[in-house]
Ligand binder design. Structure first.
Ligand SMILES: [Zn+2]
Length: 118
């Protein structure tokens, strides 16, 4: 079976067919089953050359312990992997930076809407 088909089936069975972050509905392309924790002798992507074979083997592990995994779209999988490379302290400051940036955007939106009313 193709990796994408396995991801869709696992998604339907175990993860309500949606990316954990954006709730986008699972499709054969653009989704991944993400490890939350690793165990000894785990099925690891880097040990495989063939993605279909990787998912054939991984699905057994996913069904044994669905809570050890998460369904993510590729955008949010990349985001999670990238954020995980940062230290906890840097991640906290980054989230602060994000929140502050959103405030700036909102302020601009408020100013614009006030201009339109005048
Ligand atoms: Zn997503």
């Amino acid at each position: 079976m193709k990796a994408g088909e396995i991801i869709v089936i696992l998604g339907k069975e175990l993860y309500k067919s949606r990316c954990f972050v954006c709730l986008k509905k699972v499709k054969e392309k653009g989704f991944t089953i993400h490890h939350l924790r690793y165990i000894e002798n785990d099925i690891i992507h880097s040990n495989y050359k063939n993605r279909d074979r990787y998912y054939e083997d991984l699905q057994v592990m996913v069904r044994l312990n669905p809570n050890r995994f998460m369904l993510l779209c590729n955008t949010h999988h990349q985001s999670v992997e990238r954020l995980n490379r940062f230290s906890l302290e840097n991640r906290k400051r980054l989230m602060r930076a994000v929140k502050l940036s959103m405030k700036q955007k909102m302020m601009r939106a408020v100013k614009l809407s006030m201009k339109q009313k005048m």
